[in-house]
Ligand binder design. Sequence first.
Ligand SMILES: [Zn+2]
Length: 176
Amino acid sequence: MKNNLRMCPRCQQITSIMPISDIYFSLLENKITDEKLKKLSSQQKKDLFKFLNPPSFNRRPIWNILPPDILFGTLILLLVFSILYGYFESRISLLNGTIPLGLVLIFYGAIRKKLQNTFNKKTKDQQEIAAALSLKADEWSDSCYCFTDQVIFHPKNEKIFTLSEFFARMHPEDAV
Ligand SMILES: [Zn+2]
């Protein structure tokens, strides 16, 4: 078992450690089989669960994900339909509809470049965030907790974090 190769960089123990993903999921599913976890008080388990919360994606609103052209195209389609509807149902002159439509198109043409740039920048930022997040997710799944020292460490780089430090590292947006 590969877990046996890991040991706590602080107390040099193997038996006092456990991968944090194992802790998190056994607490999540309330299937606690490990003796070290069983010994904890319910408050300690609660705290541990809270601090070991894995990093998660921030949900983007849907209008932030859709390219501006698609959003705008949808708007234009709706406008065209309502103009045609007005024409066929109430005999409203097509001209009444096409003038605002033309104005909207001209307006969009003027701001399209700017919207496109903003959208591209946002998309790029999001990709960078996603890449950073995937690194974090890897770190989360590789990290172990030492019950003796109450610290989290990464078996490869041996960096040591307290629970709150680790939480802040995984959730910089929630850290105070
Ligand atoms: Zn230790």
